[in-house]
Design a protein around this ligand. Structure first.
Ligand code: BMA
Length: 897
């Protein structure tokens, strides 16, 4: 039975608002034209989707396995029907107003209640609400939702318009015609599996007084000292905020039907509870009657001043403090509606100021410049509600924080994420760059389309604007860039110049007029950025030349740098490109072997097998991955070793880039580095650092190290070696860097121990030496390793790393003879102690049987060093079983058969 999950019952026994979720008693039916499938009918609970339910009921093979992606095409090429029967409790039936609210329908749906059509919907990202008071009965209501095939629809739209609108050739064409997650039609890391269904909740809401419709909190800060004119970086930790004024704007929804008499006294009350449970509150009386007569919604504003607030910080800079804000609407002193949210008090802005390189692009959080460290986020699963049930949001955000990332970019080809995602980011202090959901294509500019986009944008701005984690809204992913470089001409068959102008005009209207205006209206304290990458504005449709090819300028705005990977350049090319903010760059690898075994039978375990290539969506195929890996390593025949080497190559590549941009945070020349991509939506070879089953690839362990707040890095070249230390924290940091240049036999050409002191939010060059000045080094350079370790003043090791002068395949490593032992320390944790007789590079602790997370992996183990690692398993495993399943290898083993 569907249950009343929320009802406000006032002492006198009067119920003023009732919400009932329609989650149960649903049936999903095939509704297509194939007679052999007509009998498909399964019981489902919603939220859920067609793919998810068919899979759960054994009606399709797993689309993630082998080549099944192709065999399930009929699912999205068919129509489907969801239906349910429900009774309405008497109290709810009596309410003066009853609405049916759909939080998410994917995507083309006709909705019927008791035989009457109440709506047709065509936007997965919107929330729909319909008045159903007159159609509802106390018993046996029938709700039917007919879903049409999304691909049949886009096919017919292509035909009708004569254009595919597609840039590139990876996905099913025409996805831009439908307001549905763009990646689901296929991407260069994602399968063609557009899902269908009720992907979010449905609720029946009854009420008979005014109700709270929207809430918005504006924050005005009073700084003790002027943040933008700090004399010295050393003063950063002296920045103080005296107080913040919160302006709480509440929109009340009235309806002519509602019972609002002149004697009734309405009050709005807000209560703010700080992290220490201290409350402050304020209230206001409202004249509901006048508003009802006018038939308008009313905006009520209340103010609260919070002295010395607990601030919301990204987790690397402080605590992400949250306040609870409760808003109650009272009628004659009794609550008739309420709303409770968690807010963060924080001043988070994008700083764009002219400087000697062009214009800055970095985020300032509570007066502190943040270097953004993180990755791009794609949807958690091809079947999103399933991924949510699997707990993927929590696991991924945990892994984000563990890897010392402070920012994620919600990329425009996916979805406006689930509330759970933003709540987790609020709680864990992860800053969000939020794209609107448009990516890599040209979009229609009909009035109907634009109207749909407008409603979608309003829904999502209203839903998300009170989350402290969100730093800015960005119009789209790479649409401006593609339009600017005229790729459009190549990819649209029968392309006419006139059309091109029309699309550009359409682009301009949506991304440079409509969306910024909506952000300004509904979320005025958050900045809007037209596209990623962009230099701030593209072109005016009537001025032919303006802005062309500026989308990836290193002087202004953010950049996507793909010369490494897509254009085959070596990693070191990263060092030649210094953008103001690096919002995308990436490098592929294979996923964990256990993940490969999930989709690939053992007789197909070679890189060019049909199945392996089907789980590689980049048109360049596995060949590119292997070629890059071969440039650096001797690639063995052994498949597993090759998988590890591909992952190490990826880790090395991204590390090269991040190091360079972190070094360039001095004076905010570069404001951040977000690599492409954090996660996968299915098991695949891709740019991710965590695979679909949340297994960490080498890159994620690398990221945990190269995103550390206090970070040493080495810039080596044929001529010299430069050593840097970056400090991203708010306080000055002191420590010791021990570093040496050693050959594989342990002979030290250079050996140093240097004390350092680095001001907050900057990088220093600690040392520099010329190779030719070190006797004998030049001749042995290919067999030399730069080893560096960073200690705090109490002599605790905080970081260790190494760098080679050339490609690792040239080095003659000795067998390190690694020894290790394991100790059960309780709570599914084990301590592993490792040591080596010779220098071991990229030490890998692996099990092909069990899943576990390590405090470090793919690391350097120095000669005669003892290094302790914590292993955390995700289930109970005995010490003996774990020992038997673990292997410890290093580069020496990977490159020797
Ligand atoms: C970027 C992204 C994605 C794509 C990735 C890898 O441009 O925005 O569209 O998957 O590159 O090619």
């Amino acid at each position: 039975m569907n249950k009343i999950v929320f009802g406000i019952i006032i002492k006198s026994g009067v119920i003023r608002m009732i919400k009932m979720k329609l989650t149960q008693n649903w049936i999903l039916n095939y509704n297509g034209s194939d007679p052999t499938r007509r009998s498909i009918s399964v019981n489902v609970e919603i939220p859920s989707t067609v793919f998810e339910s068919l899979l759960k009921n054994g009606l399709i093979e797993d689309p993630f396995y082998g080549l099944n992606e192709d065999t399930v095409r009929w699912v999205y090429e068919s129509d489907w029907l969801y239906k349910t029967y429900f009774n309405v409790p008497e109290q709810l039936m009596r309410m003066k107003k009853i609405v049916l609210k759909f939080y998410g329908l994917d995507t083309l749906a006709d909705i019927y209640l008791n035989g009457s059509k109440i709506a047709s919907t065509n936007n997965m990202f919107r929330t729909y609400e319909f008045d159903v008071k007159n159609i509802l009965k106390p018993e046996q209501n029938e709700l039917k939702i007919y879903f049409k095939s999304p691909t049949n629809y886009t096919k017919s739209e292509i035909k009708r318009n004569g254009h595919k609108l597609q840039i590139g050739s990876v996905g099913i064409p025409g996805v831009q015609y439908i307001r549905k997650a763009q990646y689901s039609f296929g991407w260069d890391w994602g399968p063609k599996l557009p899902d269908i269904g009720i992907w979010k909740e449905i609720e029946l809401i009854g009420y008979d007084g005014p109700r709270i419709k929207t809430v918005y909190i504006k924050q005005n800060f009073r700084y003790h000292n002027n943040i933008m004119n700090l004399g010295d970086l050393g003063d950063i930790d002296k920045i103080r905020i005296d107080y913040v004024d919160l302006l709480i704007k509440i929109e009340l929804d009235y309806d002519k039907l509602l019972d609002i008499s002149s004697e009734t006294k309405y009050i709005i009350r807000v209560i703010l509870t700080d992290p220490n449970n201290q409350e402050i509150s304020t209230q206001k009386e409202i004249n509901a009657r006048i508003n009802k007569i006018n038939g308008n919604n009313e905006f009520i504003e209340l103010e609260l001043r919070v002295h010395k607030p607990y601030l919301w910080w990204s987790h690397d800079l402080g605590e992400p403090h949250l306040y609870k804000l409760e808003i109650n609407l009272l009628k004659n002193n009794k609550i008739i509606d309420s709303n409770s949210l968690k807010i963060g008090i924080r001043d988070l802005r994008l700083i764009r100021r002219p400087d000697k390189w062009g214009e800055s692009f970095y985020f300032l959080l509570n007066g502190v410049p943040v270097f953004a460290k993180g990755a791009n986020w794609i949807p958690i699963d091809n079947f999103i509600p399933r991924g949510k049930k699997l707990g993927l949001y929590k696991k991924l955000i945990e892994a984000t924080k563990e890897a010392n990332m402070n920012m994620l970019r919600v990329w425009g080809g996916g979805i406006y994420e689930d509330d759970e995602f933003y709540n987790l980011c609020d709680e864990n202090g992860i800053i969000i760059w939020q794209d609107f959901m448009f990516a890599c294509g040209i979009y229609p500019s009909t009035n109907e389309f634009i109207e749909n986009v407008e409603k979608e944008a309003i829904d999502n701005i209203l839903r998300l604007r009170n989350h402290p984690c969100i730093a800015l809204w960005c119009g789209n992913n790479e649409v401006e860039w593609f339009l600017g470089i005229n790729l459009i001409l190549l990819f649209i068959p029968k392309f006419k110049f006139k059309k091109k102008r029309e699309y550009k005009r359409g682009y301009f209207h949506i991304f440079e007029e409509l969306l910024p205006e909506l952000v300004q209206k509904y979320d005025p304290q958050r900045q809007y950025w037209p596209s990623s990458p962009s230099n701030g504005s593209m072109f005016h449709p009537n001025e032919k030349k303006r802005g062309i090819l500026k989308s990836n300028s290193p002087k202004k705005g953010d950049a996507h740098y793909w010369d490494v990977w897509h254009l085959n350049k070596p990693f070191k090319a990263y060092r030649k490109f210094t953008p103001r903010f690096m919002s995308e760059f990436g490098f592929e690898s294979f996923p964990d072997l256990k993940t490969i075994n999930y989709f690939c039978p053992s007789d197909q375990l070679h890189v060019y097998s049909k199945i392996m290539e089907a789980h590689q969506k980049n048109p360049a195929g596995n060949k590119k991955l292997i070629n890059y890996t071969k440039r650096r390593f001797k690639v063995p025949k052994n498949f597993e070793k090759m998988v590890f080497l591909s992952q190490i190559t990826q880790g090395d590549a991204i590390e090269y880039g991040v190091e360079h941009w972190r070094r360039n945070r001095v004076n905010n020349r570069c404001g951040g580095a977000l690599y492409w991509q954090l996660n996968d939506c299915w098991p695949v070879a891709s740019w991710s650092s965590i695979d679909y089953f949340i297994r960490w690839k080498a890159l994620h362990y690398f990221a945990k190290r190269f995103f550390m707040p206090l970070f040493p890095s080495v810039e080596e070249s044929k001529k010299d070696v430069k050593i840097y230390i970056t400090n991203d924290s708010i306080k000055k940091k002191d420590g010791i860097l021990e570093w040496r240049i050693s050959d594989v036999n342990g002979f030290n050409f250079v050996k140093k121990s240097q004390e350092f002191s680095v001001l907050p939010c900057t990088t220093i060059k600690l040392d520099e030496l010329k190779i030719k000045n070190i006797k004998g080094l030049q001749q042995k350079i290919q067999d030399c390793i730069i080893i560096y370790k960073l200690f705090d003043m109490e002599n605790r090791l905080l970081y260790k790393g190494f760098r080679l002068f050339g490609n690792p395949k040239k080095i003659h490593l000795k067998d390190p003879k690694i020894e290790w032992k394991l100790k059960d320390i309780g709570k599914n944790k084990f301590e592993m102690s490792l040591s080596a007789k010779e220098i071991a590079l990229y030490v890998i602790i692996n099990s092909n049987k069990y899943d576990f997370k390590l405090s470090d992996n793919f690391f350097l183990l120095d000669k005669n060093e003892i290094y302790n690692i914590i292993i955390k398993t995700d289930k109970d495993i005995s010490e003996k079983d774990l020992i038997n399943s673990i292997s410890v290898i290093s580069l020496y083993d990977l490159m020797n058969q």
